[in-house]
Design a protein around this ligand. Structure first.
Ligand SMILES: Nc1ncc(C2CC2)[nH]1
Length: 292
């Protein structure tokens, strides 16, 4: 399968900046959503999970065909709750009929990271919707948050083509949002700054955590306040010596985290897509940068 990027006729940077702005303004109007998490975590995870089905070995999955709306993928346990993110963006599919689902969903992730104070994410359009059920990836490709074995985490990300540094950088997106027992089975905010894109996830991960005594999924609770959480999959980054060195680098240097995350997330959103040789990625302005 070769997924050639195909930009809608006559559409350019300004058209996509307009879509970016519409999404960003709707996010800004919904900051109190989900106990003040806003939509940052939701949109970042929608873009992540629509891309993270990619399998390098046969070039299947990934964001190109926009297949998460179809039942197999939509009902993957790892995607539970993302229908809220797809519904949030759907009005822009109606307003801008020329945009594909894949472009809309990945652009939503760019908005989420940039508008929550994160790094610029270079982004290219050209994903094309497919309604061919044969291209819908089977369940089980996305990382299982309950797995604490670093070798498991390494395996999932290397299947997508990522190395250890890129893997640790990408999981840093866990600085956004919160978990919900009715969706993932995990519960609670991971830290106090759950609606800001920072390296705080790595700083806190290196502190003291213990297993939470509750009737939900096995998860961790911070020693200090017992009010924050980490997943078993987060703890995998501390168990793997090949991971923890990057956790420490990012805990000490937010700029380095931002640089590595930007590159890895941009790559993730484009997995499986063949862009024209000379196509230059767009770097969108944040709303704040456009205040006239
Ligand atoms: N650290 C962390 N693990 C899972 C998360 C999800 C955003 C809630 N955050």
């Amino acid at each position: 399968i070769v997924n050639h990027a195909a930009v809608p006729e006559g559409k350019g940077f300004q058209d996509y900046q307009q879509v970016y702005n519409d999404i960003a303004e709707k996010v800004a109007d919904n900051l109190e959503f989900d106990q003040n998490s806003g939509f940052y975590g939701m949109l970042c995870r929608l873009a992540w999970h629509s891309s993270g089905t990619y399998k390098k070995s046969d070039n299947t999955g990934g964001s190109y065909p926009g297949t998460m709306m179809y039942s197999t993928e939509a009902f993957d346990g790892a995607n539970k709750g993302l229908e809220v993110g797809r519904d949030f963006l759907m009005e822009f599919k109606d307003k801008y009929p020329w945009i594909s689902r894949g472009d809309l969903w990945t652009l939503g992730g760019v908005v989420a990271v940039q508008e929550s104070g994160g790094p610029k994410i270079p982004w290219r359009p050209g994903r094309k919707d497919s309604n061919d059920k044969k291209v819908v990836p089977e369940n089980g490709r996305l990382p299982d948050a309950s797995q604490e074995d670093p070798q498991y985490v390494r395996g999932v990300f290397s299947r997508m083509g990522f190395n250890d540094r890129e893997t640790v950088a990408l999981i840093g997106a866990h600085c956004l949002g919160r978990c919900h027992s009715h969706n993932s089975g995990f519960d609670g905010p991971w830290g106090p700054s759950f609606n800001m894109f920072t390296n705080d996830f790595y700083v806190r991960l290196l502190q003291g955590w213990h297993i939470r005594d509750w009737n939900g999924n096995r998860q961790y609770e911070d020693d200090e306040t017992k009010s924050f959480m980490m997943l078993p999959a987060d703890m995998a980054l501390k168990h793997g010596s090949y991971f923890v060195k990057y956790v420490k680098e990012y805990a000490e240097d937010q700029d380095l985290f931002f640089k590595d995350f930007s590159k890895a997330y941009s790559t993730l959103l484009e997995l499986g897509i063949t862009f024209p040789k000379n196509s230059k990625p767009f770097e969108f302005k944040t709303l704040d940068e456009q205040d006239d």
